[in-house]
Design a protein around this ligand. Structure first.
Ligand code: C5P
Length: 235
């Protein structure tokens, strides 16, 4: 039998964690047509707002607006609608915002056709940090709990670290969308990422999307770095 896992195409998202719009657009121009998806986070969006999203859209790119909304349900639902209105293709919310918030986000996303996923446990939170905010579970248990909650509330997937892919496939199933940062091609500088996987390993483990920033942006030849990753993904 052929499952989704066998047919899964792993899409590359390049993270545009830079300070200026010019730098961001230069990265996309350098890479060219090979990459469709780009991630814009708080660093760029807080300074430049929706303009950077429309610039990318006008170049035929898809945008993952990584703003990790976490607020009362109505506010999050309106933020998700706003993300769709400015042209984002994907956005995210914190699963810790709770079931009502997740359901409100799912409803807004369904209305607009935006892919809205959740963040379970930030990888910066270890057991001690979770205890400090009153969560008496280890990070893996909490990831599984929030993954299941996300699915139950109608959102189609989560952002997760490479080492959580197997756990989330087990708890949330084959069709759950897994977006995976912390990816390093073999031999690349790890930077501040501790536990990394290569693009090929993440794809084999079942990632739907991988998010790669510095290994592409900081390469002497970003286009070649992106092409090598795509080749590893069989594209
Ligand atoms: O440069 P690098 O490839 O490490 O960038 C990874 C991107 O994914 C960054 O935008 C980072 O904020 C994001 N991210 C991550 N680890 C997480 C969640 C998000 O690296 N657990």
């Amino acid at each position: 039998m052929t499952g989704k896992a066998d047919r899964r195409r792993t899409e590359l998202i390049v993270a545009l964690d830079v300070n200026t719009q010019e730098e961001a657009l230069a990265v996309t121009e350098n890479i060219g047509d090979a990459v469709q998806w780009y991630k814009i986070g708080k660093q760029l969006f807080t300074r430049f707002g929706p303009g950077i999203v429309s610039e990318l859209r006008s170049r035929g790119k898809k945008v993952f607006l990584d703003l990790k909304f976490h607020d009362i349900p109505n506010t999050v639902a309106q933020a998700v609608r706003s993300a769709a209105a400015i042209g984002a293709d994907m956005t995210n919310v914190h699963a810790a915002g709770g079931p009502s918030m997740l359901r409100a986000a799912a409803e807004a996303a369904n209305e607009t056709g935006l892919l809205c996923i959740a963040v379970t446990v930030l990888t910066s939170l270890d057991r001690e940090e979770l205890e400090a905010v009153g969560v008496h579970s280890n990070p893996a248990e909490q990831v599984a709990r929030l993954g299941k909650l996300t699915r139950k509330c109608g959102l189609p997937g989560v952002v997760c670290s490479a080492r959580e892919i197997v756990l989330l496939r087990e708890t949330c199933g084959d069709s759950f969308t897994l977006v995976v940062p912390g990816i390093r091609p073999a031999g690349a500088d790890k930077g501040d990422q501790k536990r990394v996987m290569t693009p090929g390993e993440a794809a084999a483990a079942g990632a739907d999307f991988i998010v790669v920033g510095r290994p592409i942006r900081a390469a002497d030849d970003p286009a070649a770095a992106a092409a090598a990753i795509l080749a590893e993904l069989g594209q």
